[in-house]
Structures are given as structure tokens and as C-alpha cells.
Design a binder for this molecule. Structure first.
Ligand code: HEM
Ligand code: HEM
Length: 278
């Protein structure tokens, strides 16, 4: 793969930053705040940042880059779709549990719901993410959608996936800032206590993680190459139900069909045809 070492360096950096962000948020709630519990109080709220950063940022980031991993090019597209869809499902599940925690905490403490910009953008992101997941399953995983429809929807799927990932990172930054302003009283946030500096650093880690993921996933040269799939042929999508790890030797004929169809439809092959494994 062209630029393999740069890809590897960026991937390892993203993984380290992602792990570090999860460790930072855990240290924040366990060392500086009230810890973790499910009791309707502050310790229940703390699940909110922990699960959002672990699931909605870190796991979602991995789900997005998974198609780009050069070692998976031997694997069938169906297996890669299962991994992509599975990781996105884990991300959504953690985000929903995290929302239950914050709503439960607010209701117990009689704090109003949904008053902040953070909560508006955050809830919209979770709803749109759920829609993206369901549409992804229906259009790209189940064998019913015709190839021309997959080709039309793929650029929208990629755009909305990246847009949501960016929105989630912005939402995290708003949430972190809000929490620090609410929680730090004496000394206040403006006096830069140790906790504020630590948690600001967490915000920087999350932004750099997001930046690297977006960089990797927007490099056309690191896309799964179409030629590899065309040369080797393989099973059709409709027959893929029983696929397992053994399918790492197979590739799909449907990719060839897809790229023909995309050409027929005059689609931009960089946007659609290159995403060959629909
Ligand atoms: C509240 C979403 C990450 C801090 C909320 C609420 C939603 C939400 C929908 C409203 C709950 C209610 O009204 O009862 C999200 C999403 C996130 C995220 C989608 C990830 C992308 C974070 C993070 C923090 C945080 C990392 C850091 C501590 C807060 C705080 C509240 C809150 C302090 C209560 C105040 C308010 O409603 O704005 N969040 N959140 N959030 N979140 Fe987040
Ligand atoms: C590609 C996001 C769910 C199938 C992508 C890409 C993003 C993305 C950002 C571009 C990746 C790249 O260029 O390498 C999401 C999000 C989802 C989701 C945020 C959930 C909320 C699904 C589901 C499926 C699916 C459930 C069904 C299998 C695909 C396919 C590609 C793709 C086939 C093309 C991969 C390629 O370029 O070869 N998705 N996706 N996605 N996604 Fe999803």
C-alpha cells in the first residue's frame, strides 16, 4: 500500500490517543469527581462522559477506519461490513446507556432536561446516528437493496457518517466545558485548578484523535483497492450469510457489478465506484 508507514504511524497515534482519552476520563471521574455508581446522584451522571468518550468517540472512530486497514484486504467485504456495523452498534448502545444515566440523574435531582445547546446537538446526533445505523443495515448489509440504490446512497452515507463523527466531538467539547464550569467553584474554572488543566487536556486529546481519524478516512490512496476485488472474484452478496473469518480469502463479484453499474449511472467513481464493496 502506498504510504504504508505513514498510515501505520497515524493509526498507532490514533489508537494511543483514543486509549489515553478513555484513561483520562476515567481518572477524571474516579480521582477528581464522585466515582461511578448507579444511584441517581453525581456518580451516576459520571457514566455519561465515560460512556460517551469510550463508545461514541473511541469505538465510533475505530468503526470508521476499519475498512482502511490494509491487513483486512484479504477479508470478504461482508465480514468487514459485519465488523463496521457491529462496532457502530456497540457505540450507539454505550451512547444510549450514557443518556439514560444523565436523564436519570437530572430527574432525581429535579434539574430540567434539554435546556442546553450541548443537550440539543447531542440528542440530535444520537437520533441521526440511530437512523444512519438502521439505513446502513437495510441498504448495505441485507441483500435486498439494488446496486444502483447502494451506489446512490453510499456518498451520502459516508458524508453523514463523517459529519456525525465531527458533531459528536464538538458535543463532547461543549459537555466537558459545561461540566467544568458547573463543578469547579473554589477555585473556579477561571483560576485554572489542576482538574481544569487535566480535563482541558482530555478535550485536546479527543480533538487530535478525531483529526487523525478524519485524515485517514479522507485519503483516497488508502481506500480498499477495487482491482484486488475485481481480480479475485468470489461469492455474491446474496450468498454471504454464512460468512466467517475463513472468508478472509474471498472477495466479491458484486464489487465488479457495482462499479459497472456506477459507470452506467454516470456516478462519480471517486465518490461511489471506489467504495467498491457495497
Ligand atoms: C447533558 C448528550 C458528552 C456533560 C446531556 C444531555 C444530552 C447529552 C442529550 C441532556 C440530558 C438531560 O437534559 O437530562 C451528550 C452527547 C455526548 C455528550 C451525545 C457525546 C457526544 C458529554 C461529555 C460531558 C457531558 C463528554 C462531560 C462531562 C454533560 C452535562 C450535562 C449533559 C454536564 C447536563 C447539563 C446539560 O443538560 O447540558 N448530554 N453528551 N456530555 N452532558 Fe452530555
Ligand atoms: C463506509 C459511517 C453504519 C456499510 C462508511 C464510512 C463512514 C461510515 C464514515 C466511510 C469509510 C471509509 O471511507 O473508509 C457509518 C456510521 C454508521 C455506519 C457512522 C452507523 C451509525 C453502517 C452499516 C453498514 C455500513 C450498518 C452495513 C453494513 C458501509 C459500507 C461502507 C461504509 C459498505 C463502504 C466501505 C468502503 O469504502 O469500501 N461508513 N457507517 N455502514 N459503510 Fe458505514
Amino acid at each position: 500500500m502506498e504510504g504504508y508507514w505513514l498510515f501505520l504511524a497515524l493509526l498507532v497515534s490514533a489508537l494511543l490517543l483514543g486509549f489515553l482519552s478513555v484513561i483520562f476520563v476515567l481518572v477524571w471521574v474516579l480521582h477528581y469527581r464522585e466515582g461511578l455508581a448507579w444511584d441517581g446522584r453525581a456518580a451516576e451522571f459520571n457514566w455519561h462522559p465515560v460512556l460517551m468518550i469510550t463508545g461514541f468517540v473511541f469505538v465510533q472512530g475505530i468503526a470508521i477506519v476499519v475498512y482502511r486497514l490494509p491487513w483486512t484486504r484479504k477479508c470478504s467485504k461482508f465480514l468487514m461490513k459485519l465488523i463496521h456495523a457491529g462496532l457502530n452498534t456497540i457505540a450507539l448502545t454505550l451512547a444510549i446507556i450514557s443518556l439514560v444515566a444523565v436523564f436519570d440523574f437530572h430527574n432525581t435531582a429535579k434539574i430540567p432536561n434539554m435546556y442546553s445547546l450541548h443537550s440539543w446537538i447531542g440528542l440530535i446526533a444520537v437520533i441521526l446516528y440511530s437512523l444512519q445505523l438502521v439505513l446502513g443495515f437495510v441498504v448495505f448489509l441485507l441483500p435486498f437493496a439494488p446496486i444502483y440504490l447502494r451506489a446512490k446512497i453510499m456518498p451520502i452515507h459516508v458524508y453523514s457518517g463523517l459529519f456525525l463523527f465531527g458533531t459528536v466531538i464538538a458535543t463532547v467539547l461543549m459537555g466537558i466545558t459545561e461540566k467544568l464550569i458547573f463543578a469547579l467553584k473554589a477555585p473556579a474554572y477561571k483560576d485554572s485548578p489542576e482538574e481544569a488543566v487535566f480535563v482541558n487536556t482530555l478535550g485536546v486529546l479527543v480533538v487530535v484523535f478525531g483529526g487523525i481519524v478524519l485524515w485517514i478516512v479522507t485519503r483516497p490512496r488508502w481506500k480498499r483497492p477495487l482491482e484486488i476485488q475485481q481480480k479475485s472474484g468470489g461469492k455474491r452478496e446474496g450468498n454471504e450469510e454464512g460468512a466467517t473469518m475463513k472468508d478472509c480469502k474471498d472477495t466479491e463479484k458484486s464489487n465488479l457489478e457495482f462499479s459497472r453499474e456506477a459507470r452506467k449511472q454516470n456516478l462519480n467513481l471517486d465518490d461511489a465506484g471506489q467504495r467498491s464493496t457495497m
